[in-house]
Design a protein around this ligand. Structure first.
Ligand SMILES: [Zn+2]
Length: 80
């Protein structure tokens, strides 16, 4: 998908940017050119997807950990 490649290169450019990441990220409404020359901003839309993927992965990880704990408890119970 060519549209995905454009987004990837945009995000790569953001990551390679040596400026300080703006604490407001995509939510930043600063129009001040001085602000934009000092702070970098993630490409619109991309950061949201990125965060969502991260959250999903974290949720999966917690679920797997939870299942592992349950199996361990079951094993301990069956041995007692
Ligand atoms: Zn900003």
């Amino acid at each position: 998908m060519s549209s995905n490649n454009v987004k990837d290169s945009e995000f790569q450019a953001y990551k390679d940017d040596s400026r300080i990441p703006c604490k407001y990220g995509t939510k930043c409404y600063q129009k001040n050119p001085q602000h934009h020359s000092k702070y970098k901003h993630p490409p619109k839309g991309e950061m949201v997807t990125y965060n969502l993927q991260l959250t999903t992965n974290m949720a999966n990880l917690q679920l797997i950990t939870l299942i592992n704990i349950t199996i361990q408890q079951l094993l301990i119970l069956s041995f007692n």
